[in-house]
Structures are given as C-alpha cells and as structure tokens.
Design a protein around this ligand. Structure first.
Ligand SMILES: [Zn+2]
Ligand SMILES: [Zn+2]
Ligand SMILES: [Zn+2]
Length: 161
C-alpha cells in the first residue's frame, strides 16, 4: 500500500512543470492518489473529495473527477460498481479480495483473501463456466460494534461495574 502511494505520487510529480499552478495541481493529484492508496476499501468520488480536502482544503470536485479519470487511464486505479449502484474506486494493484459493507456507517472495507472455494474455470450445473467473481458481504464493522457497545453501556447504568 505504502509503495503504491509513493509510486502514484512519483508518477504524478514527474508530470509537473514546476510552475506554481502546475505545482498546486501536482500536490492535489498526489493527495487524491494517496487518499485512494491508503483507503481501507473502495471510495466514492464524494469520499475521495472529502478525504483529499483534509490534505488540500481548497480542492474542487472538478479536479477530483479529472484526477480520477487520469488515474483510471493510467491504470493506477480501477472502478467498481457496488451492489448499492454506487461507483467506487480503488488501487488497481490489489490482490483478489472481497468487500464488506457496514450497514451502520455505510463504509465499504476490503477483506483480505478469498472466502470462496469456487475457482475460475469451475463448471456449474446446467453448463455455466465460472471465470471470476465479486463478493460484497454486509454487516457491522469493528468501529460500529465498538461504539454500539459503548453507547449500550452508557445507557444501562450498572452494567460492567
Ligand atoms: Zn460501520
Ligand atoms: Zn477492494
Ligand atoms: Zn474471491
């Protein structure tokens, strides 16, 4: 992850001409690339914009769209469609993995590895041949589970004492 972040930033930096406007654009693009590389799961354009503004506060939505298109064209990221119909983006060099969508905070997380035993090339009944799969699981993320436990404890006096 860290090396991808660096390589994205380096590649974008090499495009810079060194003029102030170009420099700002370079920094904004590097911020967007870093946000996607460091994310724990695929992000929507709105999420990329919100997080990258933590680094470049004056970042505009148009720049986010432009940069995401550039990162797509150079195959540093890829787009994926969530079951909700939202278009999300993540680093292109991730190994095959599945996603987990938290029903409480709506955040989508990457789950490491594959949880399915159906391999590519597998033949299913009725003549279907598998050549890939995408899986999104639903449930509650660790952060939301922790905060729910905290709020339950706060609401119920005497518990845990
Ligand atoms: Zn959550
Ligand atoms: Zn992912
Ligand atoms: Zn899998």
């Amino acid at each position: 992850m860290a090396s991808l972040q660096l390589s994205c930033a380096e590649r974008i930096r090499s495009v810079s001409t060194g003029k102030p406007a170009a420099r700002r654009q370079t920094l904004q693009r590097a911020a967007i690339a870093a946000v996607i590389a460091q994310a724990r799961g695929p992000l929507t354009i709105a999420q990329i914009c919100e997080r990258a503004r933590g680094i470049c506060p004056r970042l505009g939505l148009a720049t986010v769209y432009r940069t995401v298109r550039l990162l797509l064209e150079t195959q540093q990221i890829h787009a994926l469609m969530m079951p909700s119909g939202e278009r999300c983006y993540e680093a292109a060099d991730l190994d095959h993995h599945h996603h987990f969508r938290c029903r409480r905070c709506q955040q989508v997380y990457d789950l490491p590895g594959c949880l399915l035993s159906i391999s590519d090339g597998a033949r299913l009944p009725d003549g279907f041949v598998v050549d890939g799969h995408e899986v999104t699981l639903f449930g509650t993320c660790p952060e939301c589970r922790r905060s729910r436990h905290r709020s339950v404890r706060r609401r119920e006096p005497g518990v845990g004492r």
